[in-house]
Design a protein around this ligand. Structure first.
Ligand code: CTP
Length: 413
C-alpha cells in the first residue's frame, strides 16, 4: 500500500472552497503524513491561519519574508514529497503558469521537484475562459497534474464545471500520483463506459439475490479515466454511496439484464468498455408478486429454481465483432477468483481470459476480507501476447491507473 509519513505541502488559494482544504489536511494527517499548509494572503480571508496551524500541527506563513533565517521560501518546496493545492483559483493558476514567485506558495512551487497536484475551483466562466485553459495546458505540459473540476453547485445560484472535487477524492487522487502513477490528460474526446457494483435479482418484493461488491473499483476506474480527460459513463448496479467522479455520469441499473441493456446502449460509440461489475450469473426462474412465506405453501424459498443470466462481457465482445459497437473499442474484463487445490488464481484467470475474449483482464484473488468491499486490491493484468504484469497491493485508484495505462498502450490512435 502507500507509504506513510510523507511531507505534504498543502497550498490553499483564496476561494470560497478554501474551507474544504481543512478536510483535505485532516485526511493527509489521518494517513500519517506531515502536512505544511501554505495559504495565499487571499486564502486567509476565508479560513484563519489558526485553523490551518491547529489542523496541520505546523506553523503557517504566506510570505517569503517569514522565517528568513531558515530560507523558508526554498526549504519548504525542496523538502516536500508532494505539493497539493486545493483550491487552485484562476489567479493562482495564472501566476504559476507565468512562473511568478511573489508569495510563499508560488515560490515553493517553483522550487519543488516532487509531484505537484492542483485541484481547481472557480466559476464556470473563469474555468472555461481561454486564458485559464491555456494556463492549465501550460502547467500540464510542464508535468503538473491539474485535476478536472467537478460539475455542480457553485457559490451563489449558478451550477456548472468549476466545483472543487470532494476532499477525499482529491486526497485519494493525490496519493495515486504521489505513489508514482502518472495520470496524463490524454483522453480528451475519448468515451469510456464502465460497469460498477453488484447486480441484484429479485426473488419477491422484499428479497433479492446479490453479492458483496461495493463498486469502488469501477468508480476508481471512472475517476482516473475522467481525470485523463475522457467522457465517462458509469453503469452502476448496487454500490456503496460513493461520490460520483468529476466528469462522469451515472446510469443506475438493478438486474443483470438491465445492466446488459445499458452496457450495450452506452458502448455503441465507446473507445473503452470495462466490465468491473460483479454480475449475478443466475436469477430466480420465477419472481413472486407478493412476499414469499415460510412453510409448506412456499417451498419456492427452500428450493429456489434459477436460470442462467446472459454473459454481458462475452456479449460485448461478440457485438464488437459484428460491428454493433465500435469495432476499435478496447474491452476490459475482470476475473474474481479464489483458486483451489489444483488450479491457482492466475491459472483460472488465464482460462477466463481465453473464454471471455476481451483485450485486457484484471485478475483478482477474492475471498474473506479480500477485494470485495475493500479500498485496496492486487493481482495481475493480462494482455494478449504479453506476460501477466503483477499489480502490487494498492488503492483501487492506483490499480485503476495501472489498468488504464495497459489499455492506453493498445488503444488505437
Ligand atoms: N461478467 C459478465 N456477465 C456475467 C458474469 C460476469 O459480464 N453474467 C463479467 C464480469 O463483469 C467480469 C468477468 O465477466 O468482467 C468475469 O466475472 P467473474 O464473476 O469473475 O466470472 P464469471 O464469468 O461469473 O465466471 P465464474 O463465476 O465461473 O468464475
Amino acid at each position: 500500500m502507500t507509504s506513510t509519513h510523507r511531507r505534504i505541502l498543502v497550498g490553499v488559494a483564496g476561494g470560497i472552497a478554501a474551507y474544504k482544504a481543512c478536510h483535505l489536511i485532516r485526511d493527509f494527517k489521518e494517513h500519517g503524513d506531515d502536512v505544511r499548509v501554505v495559504p495565499t494572503e487571499a486564502a486567509l480571508n476565508f479560513v484563519g491561519a489558526a485553523t490551518f496551524e491547529a489542523l496541520s500541527g505546523n506553523p503557517v506563513s504566506t510570505t517569503v519574508f517569514d522565517a528568513v533565517d531558515e530560507v523558508q521560501h526554498v526549504a519548504l518546496g525542496q523538502q516536500a514529497d508532494a505539493v497539493v493545492i486545493a483550491p487552485a483559483t484562476a489567479d493562482l493558476i495564472a501566476r504559476l503558469a507565468c512562473g511568478r514567485a511573489d508569495d510563499l506558495l508560488t515560490a515553493s512551487v517553483l522550487v519543488a521537484t516532487c509531484p505537484i497536484v492542483l485541484a481547481p475551483a472557480m466559476h464556470t466562466e473563469m474555468w472555461l475562459n481561454p486564458a485559464t485553459q491555456d494556463n492549465v495546458a501550460t502547467l500540464r505540459r510542464r508535468g503538473i497534474t491539474v485535476m478536472e473540476p467537478a460539475h455542480g453547485r457553485l457559490t451563489g445560484k449558478d451550477t456548472g464545471a468549476g466545483r472543487l472535487p470532494e476532499p477525499s477524492q482529491i486526497a485519494e487522487f493525490a496519493r495515486t500520483v504521489i505513489d508514482g502513477h502518472t495520470v496524463p490528460f490524454d483522453w480528451k474526446g475519448r468515451k469510456v463506459v464502465v460497469s460498477a457494483g453488484g447486480t441484484q435479482e429479485n426473488l419477491d418484493p422484499v428479497r433479492f439475490l446479490g453479492n458483496r461488491s461495493s463498486g469502488r473499483q469501477g468508480f476508481a476506474l471512472a475517476e482516473i479515466a475522467a481525470q485523463r480527460g475522457a467522457d465517462v459513463t458509469i453503469v452502476a448496479g448496487d454500490t456503496e454511496d460513493l461520490p460520483v467522479p468529476s466528469g462522469a455520469e451515472v446510469v443506475r441499473v438493478t438486474s443483470t439484464r438491465d445492466m446488459e441493456a445499458a452496457m450495450n446502449e452506452h458502448s455503441a460509440d465507446a473507445d473503452i468498455v470495462i466490465m468491473a461489475a460483479a454480475v449475478a450469473d443466475y436469477r430466480p426462474a420465477h419472481v413472486a408478486d407478493s412476499k414469499m412465506k415460510k412453510g409448506a405453501a412456499d417451498e419456492n424459498l427452500a428450493r429456489l429454481e434459477l436460470v442462467e443470466n446472459p454473459d454481458i462481457l462475452k456479449g460485448l465482445v461478440s457485438r464488437r465483432a459484428s460491428g454493433e459497437i465500435n469495432e476499435d473499442a478496447v474491452i476490459v474484463g475482470f476475473a474474481a477468483e479464489t483458486g483451489d487445490a489444483t488450479t491457482s488464481v492466475l491459472e483460472y484467470a488465464q482460462q477466463k481470459f481465453e473464454r471471455k475474449g476481451c483485450d485486457v483482464l484484471m485478475a483478482n484473488e477474492v475471498g474473506e476480507g479480500k477485494v470485495f468491499g475493500q479500498s485496496t486490491s492486487a493481482g495481475w493484468i493480462l494482455r494478449r501476447d504479453t506476460e501477466p504484469v503483477v499489480v502490487e497491493h494498492g488503492s483501487k485508484q492506483a490499480v485503476a491507473a495501472q489498468i488504464l495505462d495497459a489499455v492506453n498502450e493498445i488503444l488505437p490512435m
